[in-house]
Design a binder for this molecule. Structure first.
Ligand SMILES: [Ca+2]
Ligand SMILES: [Ca+2]
Length: 237
């Protein structure tokens, strides 16, 4: 068995001054530009959507540096580690960021977390495996079940202003926890509110236990309430 290797690629609140991106422009335009060279040089490609196979754009294992807006996960295997290869995942979460990959991420697939409709819309993303790997269940409304991820959720991201309540039972029953997108990242007119949980331990929930999701804070257990400045157990900074 291979062991999970996780590179601490998380970059928060980066002060990005990317030359190609000025202060003007749509404030909810999510993208990541990957460069084949260091320091944002060389052949590059701008991604704006889920990309399960970077070889399609001749960028497989090529990205050496990147800049982006929003929450992006870069996987060293294709298809976001759907095959459970224990992919290395580099994740970048900020209103605007730039990062050097070095040799940490031989990126072969990438995708974002958050709403497809707006950078800071209310949204949740649930993932099959830890660190945002594998299959996904996502949405912006209540879900009385989580489809294919029933009893399989192992990590999650929330974005926007609304808290979400996650339940261990179908139809909003069972043990529950409320999660606020309590982190705030801003760069010029770009704003991003979010919270992320690499694994369920950090939520105080058993792995593979979430079965339904409701919008709002409907639990006595509250994580990251903005008024309390309560920080998630996953804080590593
Ligand atoms: Ca790779
Ligand atoms: Ca799982």
């Amino acid at each position: 068995m291979t062991t999970l290797i996780f590179w601490g690629c998380l970059l928060l609140f980066a002060a990005a001054t990317l030359s190609e991106r000025g202060a003007v422009g749509a404030d909810d335009f999510r993208y990541v530009t990957g460069y084949a060279g260091p320091n944002y040089t060389g052949v590059h490609y701008q991604f704006t959507d889920y990309t399960p196979d970077l070889s399609v754009v001749q960028m497989d294992n090529t990205i050496q540096s990147a800049c982006g807006v929003g929450i992006w996960m870069l996987y060293d295997t294709a298809d976001y580690d759907l095959d459970h290869a224990w992919s290395v995942v580099c994740r970048y979460m900020a209103a605007s960021w730039c990062a050097s990959m070095g040799t940490a991420c031989n990126t072969s697939s990438l995708r974002y977390a958050g709403s497809p409709y707006g950078l800071n819309d209310n949204y949740y993303n649930l993932y099959e495996d830890t660190i945002y790997r594998g299959k996904e269940f996502r949405g912006n409304t209540n879900a009385s079940d989580v489809g294919d991820l029933d009893m399989d959720v192992s990590s999650l991201v929330v974005t926007g202003q609304s808290p979400w309540t996650f339940y261990t039972g179908l139809h909003y029953t069972g043990a529950n926890v409320c999660v606020y997108p309590y982190r705030h990242s801003t760069n010029n007119d770009i704003h991003l509110d979010f919270a992320y949980y690499d694994k369920m331990d950090y939520l105080g929930m058993p792995d593979n236990s979430i079965r339904s999701v409701a919008r709002g804070c409907l639990s006595d257990r509250v994580l990251g309430h903005p008024g309390h400045e309560r920080r998630g157990l996953d804080d590593i900074n």
